[in-house]
Design a binder for this molecule. Sequence first.
Ligand code: SAM
Length: 294
Amino acid sequence: MSIDSLPPLRDVIRDHGLSALKSLGQNFLLDLNLTSKIARTAGRLDGLTVIEVGPGPGGLTRAILALGARRVIAIERDARCVAALAEVAAHYPERLEVIEGDALQTDYRALLVPDERAIVIANLPYNVGTPLLVGWLSADPWPPWYESLTLMFQREVAERIVAAPGDDHYGRLAVLTGWRAQAHIAFDVPPSAFVPPPKVTSSVVHIVPRPAPLSCSLKALERVTEAGFGQRRKMLRQSLKSLGVDTGALLEAAGIAPTERAERVTVEGFVALANEWVAMRRAGADQDVSVASS
Ligand code: SAM
């Protein structure tokens, strides 16, 4: 049974000449049971505002609307898809707004009424998935403008998002995600579910922001994880040298063994490193000032 009385997605694609463009990461989902499963992963939608990135021919958009979202704001770069979505907008009057634009350049907070928080659901274009996620996790102010993110990534990227210390995929993305949010892989989607099929398996990841992450400067956290994972197999007393402070003292202050490697340090450990690094640099700058003025 169809979720709405709109034409099958194959007809939409044919009628609007939506040949998939690799440059826009276009791998479309045509099975409305699958798009409904993705939309349901986000939780209750009725009465809520959903932001969708890259609606394409509208398979996921239709599922989100059928599940009762009050308002869907869909951002799409491809003008051909924007035209194809007009029929969906007409079927759900006043509920679907399609913006032709680049999701990387979008001011999401400006799309919402003050204090409103959106649910984000997207089958992301693979070429911009990671930068989009990093931008959303770096939102300022925090808590962010979204209540949750339900996103399709390549399986390998999904593993880098949810990895724990000691996992092969543990790195900067897992530390940023773990600091600001809780994330898990909801389910995998085989290449055969997409048109055209990508080369690899995909995964739907569900991410819920922490209301109060451990206190830490984002820039400092980025800097220490960049240094640590830049030489992930080296001991931290060596890999952190580019931070320009006494690495032995830094690691001791953060309560981490100098022989430890980045791939085994917890999110809490990196937050401690970032905070101690800021404190040491501040103390160093104060000393410079007092030497200069004496
Ligand atoms: N949601 C549709 C589906 O599941 O069938 C399409 C998903 S397809 C993987 C990614 C979509 O994102 C495409 O429609 C593509 O045109 C769009 N897109 C690519 N880059 C974009 C960007 N920077 N901003 C907004 N949309 C983009």
